[in-house]
Design a protein around this ligand. Structure first.
Ligand SMILES: Cc1ncc(COP(=O)(O)O)c(C=O)c1O
Length: 468
């Protein structure tokens, strides 16, 4: 007898991806400077631990909000009973102002158009529920955040169709790639409901250019579909070109008076910019009142606790604090990114030029035995088990070119990052000396390159319905 539902056991969750398998290996043998100095260093987790001291010092100076107090009086009972799923007005005001500050106050946001969710995970899933029927599709540029397979597809039954971006133009989105994805969806009998982008990108660590944003807006206007912009990393942009939100481009094009205005939605969260993934604070921002109303109804499944809202409304209303935090955090991220890029360069490894995020998109194609995803897996296993670094292979982000890896730099101390770079450098010397990498013909594109299984699965879905 079957004990679990098909939904609970189907493989669209993506738990078997190497992205999650790497975490499991890390859990079994985690690096600790004293207890386990030969353990695996976690470089597959996009966490921001660089500015905790700033948050801690604010908490020390402002003990009232964390102690359930207002003007010296306990508000414990008020917070314990609060259950309005519209959220605390003071928190929503502080959050929209923080979002505007990150965007240089070039745009403003109305708290009435915001729905609070338990992180961006919940925000993305809620938008899928509100905008698409099971079996309809969203187009996503590759490479993309591996968690999207779970967040967008698993419980909603929505399909993801890849917009194939390649290293030939630094993985930028082109009109040809957008049209090809739209066509591919049609070939698979999937109705396209929208495009979802992450800006800045996870895993690339780059921001979308104005011309890409313009292209996206024109595309969704012509096709009559939605655009979701996941801007969870918007506060991590540490060097030029600066961050441009899709809302700015919409405003510049005077779209606030056109019907496309209602079809653009932003996802945000404090998991990355403030480094608080454990607090579970996210939001949907939509110009469409109907989307806001539907998402608010759904938000009962993933509300943000009242004490978290209360604490963060005090923190984010402190403008002196937020101003200093945003710039200091960006400075620290920039130093870290530089440390990783320079360290890898000394090991003969290059990175995609990035200006944001908590990771680099690293090119190790020259270390592959052949230009295939099998060779990428082989190299990844060596790096996890022998070098003892958990990094994420490009195939787990649905990259179509073998040899790229996402390497995180903000979830550890400088000392640990130094050690990780040293381990990788020693490995490259040995690996190259043993002739394991493909010899100097890395520029030749191999015809043997295989498409990852999931692409084939999507292509074959009409013939093999059980594979879904
Ligand atoms: C692009 C992107 N969206 C959403 C999430 C989920 O974030 P949250 O912790 O807010 O649920 C992540 C987390 O890594 C992410 O990278």
């Amino acid at each position: 007898m079957r004990h679990l539902s098909t939904k609970a056991t189907c493989n669209s969750h993506g738990q078997d991806s190497s992205y999650f398998l790497g975490w499991e290996e890390y859990e079994k043998n985690s690096y600790d400077k004293v207890q386990n100095p030969k353990g695996i260093i976690q470089m597959g987790l996009a966490e921001n631990q660089l500015s905790f001291d700033l948050l801690e010092s604010w908490l020390e100076k402002n003990p009232e909000p964390a102690g359930f107090k207002r003007d010296g009086k306990s508000i414990f009972r008020e917070l314990a009973l609060f259950q309005d799923y519209h959220g605390l007005p003071a928190f929503k005001k502080a959050l929209v102002e923080f979002m505007a500050e990150i965007r240089g106050n070039r745009v403003s946001f109305d708290p009435n158009h915001m729905v609070l969710t338990a992180g961006a995970t919940s925000a993305n899933e809620t938008l899928m529920f509100c905008l698409a029927e099971p079996g309809e599709a969203f187009l996503l540029p590759t490479p993309y955040y591996p968690g999207f397979d779970r967040d967008l597809k698993w419980r909603t039954g929505v399909e993801i169709v890849p917009i194939h971006c390649t290293s030939s133009n630094d993985f930028q989105i082109t009109e040809t790639a957008l049209e090809a994805a739209y066509y591919e969806a049609q070939q698979c009998n999937l109705r396209v409901k929208g495009v979802l982008v992450t800006n800045p990108s996870n895993p690339l660590g780059t921001t979308l250019s104005r011309s890409e944003l313009n292209l996206l807006i024109s595309f969704i206007t012509t096709k009559g579909i939605h655009l979701i912009s996941d801007e969870i990393y918007s506060g991590t942009v540490f060097s030029s070109p600066g961050f441009v939100s899709v809302m700015e481009v919409l405003k510049d094009r005077n779209c606030d008076k056109s019907e496309v205005w209602d079809r653009v939605h932003i996802v945000y969260s404090l998991s990355k910019d403030l480094g608080l993934p454990g607090f579970r604070v996210g939001a949907i921002y939509s110009n469409d009142d109907m989307v806001v109303a539907a998402a608010t109804k759904m938000s009962s499944f993933g509300l943000v606790s009242s004490q978290t809202q209360y604490l963060l409304s005090a923190l984010l209303s402190d403008k002196k604090f937020t101003k200093n935090y945003i710039s200091e955090n960006q400075k620290r991220l920039k130093n870290r990114q530089n440390m990783l890029v320079m360290g890898l360069k000394r090991a003969g490894i290059s990175c995609l030029k990035s200006n944001a995020g908590l990771f680099c998109w690293v090119n190790m194609r020259h270390l592959l035995r052949s230009d295939t995803f099998e060779a990428e897996m082989e190299l990844w296993k060596k790096i996890v088990y022998d070098v003892r670094l958990n990094i994420s292979p490009g195939s787990s982000c649905h990259c179509t070119e073998p040899g790229w890896f996402r390497v995180c730099f903000a979830n550890m101390t400088e000392e640990t990052l130094d050690l990780a770079i040293k381990r990788l450098k020693d490995f490259v010397v040995e690996h190259t000396a043993n002739g394991h990498s493909k010899s100097n013909n890395s520029s030749k594109k191999s015809k043997r390159k295989l498409l990852p299984k999931w692409v084939l699965r999507l292509r074959d879905r009409d013939h093999e319905p059980d594979e879904r």
